[in-house]
Design a protein around this ligand. Sequence first.
Ligand SMILES: *Cc1c(COP(=O)(O)O)cnc(C)c1O
Length: 791
Amino acid sequence: MNFDKNKFIASVKDATRMKYAKSFDSALEYEKFNAVSMTLMEMLSEDWNKTKESYGKKKQASYLSAEYLMGRALGNNLISLGLYTEVEETLKELGISLNAVEEAEEDAGLGNGGLGRLAACFMDSAATEDLPLTGYGIRYDYGIFKQKFEDGRQVEQVDNWLKYGDPWSVRRLEDAVMVEFADETIQAIPYDTPIVGYGTNNINTLRLWKAESVDAFDFKLFNDQDYTASVEKKNSAEDISRVLYPNDSEQAGKLLRLKQQYFFVSASLQDMIKDFKKKSNDFNEFPEYYAIQLNDTHPAVAVPEMMRLLMDNEGLAWDQAWSIVRRTFAYTNHTILAEALEQWWNGFYKEILPRIYEILVRIDEQFVAELEGKGYDADKIESMRIISNDMIKMAWLSIYGSYAVNGVAYLHTELLKHEELNDWYQLYPNKFQNKTNGITQRRWMALANKELSAYVTELLGTDEWVNNLEKIKELEKYADDEAVLEKFMAIKLQKKVQLAEYIKEHEGVEIDPDSIFDIQVKRLHEYKRQLLNAFHILDLYHKIKKDPSMDIVKRTFIFGAKAAPGYIRAKSIIKFINDIADLVNNDEDVAGRIKVVFVQNYRVSYGERIFSAADLSEQISMAGKEASGTGNMKFMLNGTPTIGTLDGANVEIVEEAGEENNFIFGLTVEDVNKLKGNYDPKVPYMTVPGLKEVVDALIDVTFDYTGDEDMQELYTSLLKGASWHAADNYFVFEDFAAYRDAQMKVDAAYRDKKAWARKCWMNMCNASKFSSDRTIREYAKDIWNIEKNRI
Ligand SMILES: *Cc1c(COP(=O)(O)O)cnc(C)c1O
């Protein structure tokens, strides 16, 4: 975008005066952030409108997602507009640091973890690829909670991300629609956020709905001085978009959550239908104008809601409506955790969405008839039908109502086809596809690692890699070039110094940038096995205590993770790791050789500092459990080898980067399947040297956990299991020895600086498959059938 320095300065100053009645110089940091952002909004508005108009003429895709983990917008938009340096220099002339202004922005944390971040990367990539994709979701007043530690335990605080306003969205009252529940009618008001493409003028849209009452408040009650009652309706309506449910993976069976789902799905479909009717009055053509992607099952109620809108509002017959539905929707499955497959008690549906329930019953009957026609037996039908035992199976509904179903990594899709969803694969083999996840290199490299980006651009002689990551493969020719690798590792050190400073300031812990930064950041979940990492650290500590002169490469173990507030075991694991940190960091015998730090409030903006500063990427989930992972890709792109299991996209990462440049260990999916049912964790517990000692730290005198029943329960879950699962359900004990061996290999490999640098380099050069640009192009071509539409 063209940049007129004087005009920019004048606009920023105007904005500050208009919004805050202050001069720019006297404005607070967040006020400056708002003024700069408002100015950029003004600058991009024309292209944004042009893009909207242009997209309206051809087939478009809509992404329905309950979560968008966007992070900050300012820096990313400046990169995409190609204005980062200009704005940085202009502000500098005014005596202002762009960095400080960026820091004033709250993360838009409207998602939990990988699923929500994927949606955000897809938005970025679609805009960059000139693809007509609109994101639809919920504008939560409060996003994912802010995390603090008190005495090593997680404390949650509300995330009031809108407290300074949101300069990056526009409230579009003219596009408001009504959403009806049995007990209330709500107004859905869209807030549009521009998604700036890189290397193009295209600007896509993220449309998030806010729930409001139809009448602001009851004036009569207010007049009668019944103040609480006067705002009751308003509050009840606004509750719907109040908070993001802070659950990752596990389903949240809450009535309000059901209302959230229906609310944003109904509003989004009405929005599309309104637009469609401007172009055609033949609804059979709807699938030629719109493809709708369901990001997991959270928006699955779109299937019966579309039926309702087509039949009740537009007068279509059932068969015609059903045919349209089945040519419109596609569904992405994100999990193989059985407990995460969403289901709803039909009583809730009957109560608040009676008409939708009627339609669901008919969909179920139609499906049963289809299966009977194919000769399926009664048991099989019961296990596959949409409504069974008073529960509505959202995944089954999504598969039945869609024309395409995809997993998110090769291994994941194979497991879906041949295990989890095998019945469905046999029924509809042609529906199943793989779409390996990706990440946007704009945020995770160009923005987060400007130093490495500049060097990559210098070596390539072009910055083409920013929207064509395949270019980066050309750098492989430098894999044995000492000067290049030295510069590369000097940049890595620089990023480590920056992270160390940030950690000192925010966590109060001093870490040594010359140590190996061994990092595990992701949501806290048993299957992700942060506990395996913790046990290894404690084992290393025990070894140092026994042999204080032990020769190991200095290492800093860094963790970052939020635990769902109700997930007690996950919270106990956080406490355990923080206690290990206390023990290790303060022991004179350790003499700084190992250090442990659990950073608070891991989120997108923290991640931007972390991925670029890592020496080792921990991807150690139990094989078969991590659908894809995307954190693994962010590390790889920033030149970080993985220590990991053959799970999710790790399989493809080592396929691309070479197994010799990573540290693969442990049980495979096949091993796990063989072991299931005849696994006795007491065997490794009693026989693997050192293991019993570290596991027993959960209950012995190592830490003072007297009276901590939760810690005892965590210990019991490993040795005895629980009513709902077997002992050591995620094979932490079984994989412990192999993990420790792999960690010893890391220690040995790191000593050879040149060979280590080469591994890092090879990871970066082979990361192009994991650009979300590639992923989104595949969705566009193989699923949505939409084309580039460049303005
Ligand atoms: C990428 C990302 C995730 C996903 O991490 P995984 O390791 O793939 O689970 C979660 N949270 C944040 C903030 C992220 O940036």
